[in-house]
Write a protein that binds this ligand. Sequence first.
Ligand code: SF4
Length: 135
Amino acid sequence: MQVIDLMKDLVKEFGMGIVFITHDLGVIAQTADKVAVMYLSRVIERGPVRDVIRNPSHPYTKGLLAALPSLDDLDTPLQAIPGDIPSPLERPTGCVFNTRCGAKIGDICSTEIPDFLDISQNHTAACHLYSEASK
Ligand code: SF4
């Protein structure tokens, strides 16, 4: 917390930006204005932190947030994202998350790389669930 406070002070004092790379969503929620969620080296969702955390739209982001423990409910088992991360040397075709996605909607997910589509202002996700072609 001291390090984070120091970084916030530096941002204010020098008017600079910081790119923070972390797996800790709690740190992101407390420190960042914008977030880009990555899977297998590809950005799959991006936007203002509050929008992405309150309304996660890509199935991977939803899985990450669902995997967080809750202090209000320590008895419920944590939800893991099924499967393993593929080797970067054997990246899946189409959507990089298609080998683990519980929301997969068919061949389009394993053949076509999804474009970024608007979820709300400045909040976008790269997922076929939000494309007109898949509706
Ligand atoms: S594009 Fe398909 S496989 Fe990829 S996250 Fe969206 S629904 Fe899942």
